[in-house]
Design a protein around this ligand. Structure first.
Ligand code: ZN
Length: 209
């Protein structure tokens, strides 16, 4: 597979430095090619895990996953991030073609320590949106410009997006990609995540039944 790395292919105002040689990354889900992209403005290192040929023009299954240390690594039941990551990698492996973008915007962009502060407020009765606002943050600070640039650098323009989040769908279109299909990502609620998921549905418009 080829990785176009010229800024000319990324767009006029790229938010990322395209990666160098992708590294083979065998996982419990199957083999991926891993490329790190540095966002010059923030110094953040985002990761693309690529399975199969994705630059052939056919729509590509894509998951844009924002880092959640507590959910992804430690199996936190406060959110559905770890389960969504697991399910997305399974789906991509099952199709043997697709991309997982691991975006380093912890806690919907507010960072790890503020996220833990928000958990304390949630245990005092605030929901996830109210807690962020109490701490002086918007409900969702995430930005998908780097993600869009990574997809373009990988030669991908037509996307089948694994997501329940309408904000991501709108962001993709604004960033010059074509959204061909939304593929729902359904993770069952637990006793600990039910309130959080309900807030995402009611206040943030997530498409969860
Ligand atoms: Zn999470």
């Amino acid at each position: 597979m080829t990785f176009p790395v010229s800024h000319a292919t990324v767009g006029l105002d790229p938010q990322i430095d395209p990666g160098v040689q992708p590294a083979r990354l065998p996982t419990r889900y199957g083999d991926f090619l891993a490329t790190a992209y540095v966002e010059p403005l923030t110094g953040l290192h985002h990761l693309a895990l690529v399975r199969g040929e994705v630059d052939d023009g056919a729509p590509v299954l894509v998951r844009m996953h924002s880092e959640c240390l507590t959910g992804d690594v430690f199996g936190s039941r406060r959110c559905d991030c770890g389960d969504q990551l697991d399910l997305a990698l399974r789906r991509i492996a099952a199709e043997e073609r697709g991309i997982l973008l691991y975006l380093r915007q912890e806690g919907r962009g507010i960072g790890l320590s503020a996220k833990l502060d928000a958990y304390v407020l949630q245990d005092q009765g605030l929901d996830t949106v109210e807690a962020n606002e109490r701490l002086g943050f918007p409900a969702d600070l995430r930005d998908y410009g780097a993600a869009a640039d990574m997809l373009k650098a990988l030669g991908v323009w037509d996307v089948r997006l694994l997501s329940n989040n309408p904000r991501k769908l709108a962001a993709l279109a604004q960033l010059g990609l074509r959204l061909v299909e939304r593929v729902p990502l359904r993770v069952p609620a637990t006793d600990d995540s039910r309130g959080y998921l309900e807030t995402k549905r009611c206040k943030m418009g997530h498409l969860l039944d």
